[in-house]
Design a protein around this ligand. Structure first.
Ligand SMILES: C[S@@+](CC[C@H](N)C(=O)[O-])C[C@H]1O[C@@H](n2cnc3c(N)ncnc32)[C@H](O)[C@@H]1O
Length: 363
């Protein structure tokens, strides 16, 4: 059964309410809008957002029509294009910056300076000089901390009048998300403020599990669709994939259970354990593995359903990223999987912002 708390968090509506008195926020690299959703859930009024991806923009506008969305390469964005959205007499309280993480990811062979996306995060400083947010929150992968770009970020923030806090390594699973997803969060505050290390509470004991998130959804076989929910449609698997899935034990089974005739040629000569997650099933009473853009493809990771012989559906992936069920996604199946896999888990960001707000009541 889905836990009451998980259900509440995923069906929460975003009310307009006293929106004029809410603290103002801006979302850089907003993608399909997970971070905007989180900030709105925590009571912020998000006034502007930027992303260069067309489909993300369509999704963003569907769900956040009141926000000024700029579909642009951030390098050519003038601060005035965001400034116009800040109401006269109001200060910008919060700027969220979730720049592309691939340049700093251990999975990326072009990692480091040769990846032209690496310096994109520095654009946040150019914009901060003009927009003067009181607090900036950066979300990225832990690998960013050892990069030269991180040192440059620190120096240019200092020259723009900001103090960068200590990077915090967090796992979304400790923040009410039914998924292991290790990230790096760093806050920067406008001087003369005092940066405080925000305390990440040890919440490991009460985890939201795959069962909490998915058990109420309709069981599906390969190629089947829930008539009431278009996102809950199973990929139609090839016969050989179905035979493999049928041979993998329910609730956490792995491809090393496959009989020799069903083993994959490319896996035969590798050590047991290598690529073990491919074709693996999720475990009901654990958190899901990190979702990627390939999260509805059993050949890309441990993305098979714990019980049904199929990959998880887009609905299930969206639930594991804690998108509310009312969230609408634009695009075809692979474009939606990409938006979901690239997203910041809504519930993680919502809780982080709430923790930071406690550290800085003035925000
Ligand atoms: C990690 S994702 C952002 C996730 C998003 N904040 C969320 O809430 O789910 C990074 C985003 O950066 C965008 N992006 C990459 N290069 C960009 C650029 N030069 N200008 C603007 N956006 C860019 C991508 O389209 C992608 O949506």
């Amino acid at each position: 059964m889905m836990s009451a708390n998980f259900l509440k968090s995923r069906t929460r509506a975003l009310t307009g309410g006293d929106s004029l008195n809410r603290p103002i926020a801006i979302d850089l690299f907003c993608g399909s809008g997970a971070v905007t959703t989180a900030m709105k859930e925590d009571g912020y009024r998000v006034v502007a957002a930027v992303d260069m991806n067309r489909i993300c923009g369509v999704t963003y506008r569907k769900n956040h029509p009141e926000v000024l969305f700029r579909k642009k390469d951030i390098r050519s964005l003038q601060p005035s294009e965001l400034l116009v959205a800040i109401p006269k007499g109001k200060k910008l309280k919060l700027m969220a910056v979730c720049a592309p993480c691939q340049p700093f990811s251990s999975q990326n062979r072009r990692r480091g300076a040769s990846d032209t996306r690496a310096p994109l995060i520095l654009e946040s400083v150019r914009l901060a000089r003009a927009l003067k947010p009181q607090l900036i929150i950066y979300e990225n992968v832990p690998g960013i901390v050892a990069s030269a770009i991180f040192q440059r970020l620190k120096r240019s923030l200092a020259s723009a009048g900001y103090i960068l806090g200590n990077p915090q390594r967090v796992d979304a699973a400790d923040f009410g998300v039914p998924q292991r997803r290790v990230r790096c969060i760093v806050a920067a505050i406008r001087a003369p403020g005092r940066i405080k290390d925000f305390v990440v509470p040890a919440q490991g004991a009460e985890r939201v599990t795959v069962r909490d998130a998915l058990a109420d959804l309709r069981p599906l076989s390969s190629g089947e669709r829930d008539p009431h929910d278009l996102l809950h449609t199973s990929r139609a698997h090839h016969e050989i994939t179905l035979r493999r899935l049928a041979a993998i034990p329910q609730d956490g089974g792995s491809r090393d259970s496959l009989p020799p005739e069903l083993q994959l040629e490319c896996h035969r000569n590798r050590n047991k354990g290598d690529f073990c997650d491919v074709y693996g099933r999720m475990r009901w009473d654990s958190v899901a593995p990190t979702l990627t853009t390939g999260c509805t493809d059993v050949t890309r990771g441990r993305y098979a359903h714990p019980r049904d012989d199929r990959a998880i559906t887009l609905r299930e992936a969206a639930r594991l990223q804690t998108f509310p069920d009312w969230y609408q996604f634009a695009g075809n199946r692979s474009e939606i999987a990409e938006q979901i896999g690239n997203a910041v888990p809504v519930e993680m960001f919502r809780r982080l912002v709430a923790i930071l707000r406690k550290s800085y009541p003035e925000l």
